[in-house]
Design a protein around this ligand. Structure first.
Ligand code: C2E
Ligand code: CA
Ligand code: CA
Ligand code: CA
Length: 278
């Protein structure tokens, strides 16, 4: 009836509004949050695919919001990309991560650290210059630093990314292709960019246990990557069965809740130290 249609409609707009309401407030608070240092980095271990030992970590940002609590990057990275603050935010992430990495290396904890870069940072700032400046400032050994880039809808930018990636790799930094398999032209990127590794997106990993097609796709991605001399990281590994399947395919590295959720810096440090003393 007309009446129930109306109710459905109202319900729909109401729930939509909650989303845009949150986005509206987050977007208003963003500049302020940067001044108040409300962002923090969490660290998720990356482990050797054969024996499960920690070989590195991925830095993942969170926003400690006064009213909303811990806000996920999925809720604010796109805001930062829209208002242009991704450039200073991305610099803060890299600087914080590099200081952390330097601290581990100085303690004799030889692990790699990967940092996520938004494609916007390549397009709207001199990313190579920024990286060089921060590396000098933090005195970190770049051979342990990795950068993760995700294919986005902004593909016409291929050439800019190509040159920047080339320069970063020439500095000794490794570049990983994030979320591999989810984009429109993952294979064409592989053909254009020289990279060091790729991360198979967790949407694939989550299906390998019960979907033989997905398992076959993941097998093929690993073979393809190894054929191209790329290392392969599987993200989102939650069960030991998933790990077994990936180990059988010689997947180089594993990341996922099976080993650990992303941790605050002090907890990750503790995990690392415990592992070294084992
Ligand atoms: P991503 O780079 O693909 O990171 C992997 C995401 O999967 C992270 O979500 C991580 O917490 C989550 N994850 C890890 N293991 C598991 C698992 O076993 N199961 C499940 N279900 N999830 C798992 P998170 O931390 O919420 O980050 C979301 C996205 O935000 C990241 O996806 C990345 O694209 C972006 N992001 C995070 N930090 C930064 C940053 O510093 N800069 C930029 N530009 N983007 C960032
Ligand atoms: Ca990533
Ligand atoms: Ca992903
Ligand atoms: Ca992503």
């Amino acid at each position: 009836t007309k009446e129930s249609n109306k109710n459905t409609y109202n319900f729909y707009t109401a729930s939509l509004n909650t989303q845009s309401y949150k986005r509206f407030f987050l977007s208003n608070d963003f500049r302020n949050a940067m001044q108040k240092n409300q962002f923090v980095l969490y660290y998720q271990p990356r482990v050797d695919g054969r024996n499960g030992r920690i070989v590195g970590a991925e830095a993942l940002i969170r926003w400690e919001h006064e009213e909303w609590g811990l806000v996920s990057p999925d809720d604010f990275i796109s805001i930062a990309e829209e208002n242009g603050l991704i450039t200073p935010l991305g610099e803060w992430v890299l600087r914080t991560a590099c200081f952390k990495l330097k601290e581990w290396l100085d303690k004799g904890l030889h692990v790699r650290l990967s940092v996520n870069f938004s494609i916007h940072q390549f397009l709207h700032s001199d990313i190579v210059d920024t990286v060089k400046r921060i590396v000098q400032e933090t005195k970190v050994d770049v051979n342990f630093l990795e950068i993760e880039i995700t294919e986005s809808s902004l593909l016409p930018s291929g050439l800019v990314v190509y040159h920047a990636v080339k320069e970063l790799r020439a500095m000794g930094i490794q570049v990983l292709f994030d979320d591999f398999g989810t984009g429109y032209s993952s294979l064409s990127w592989l053909n254009q960019l020289e990279l060091d590794g790729l991360k198979i997106d967790k949407s694939f990993i989550q299906k390998i246990s019960d979907n033989s097609t997905t398992l076959e796709i993941v097998r093929s991605i690993i073979k393809l990557a190894h054929g191209l001399n790329l290392s392969v990281i599987a993200e989102g590994v939650e069960s030991s069965h998933e790990w077994d399947l990936l180990r059988e395919e010689q997947c180089d590295e594993i990341q996922g809740y099976l080993f650990s959720r992303p941790l605050p810096a002090d907890q990750f440090d503790q995990l690392l130290i415990n592992e070294v003393m084992k």
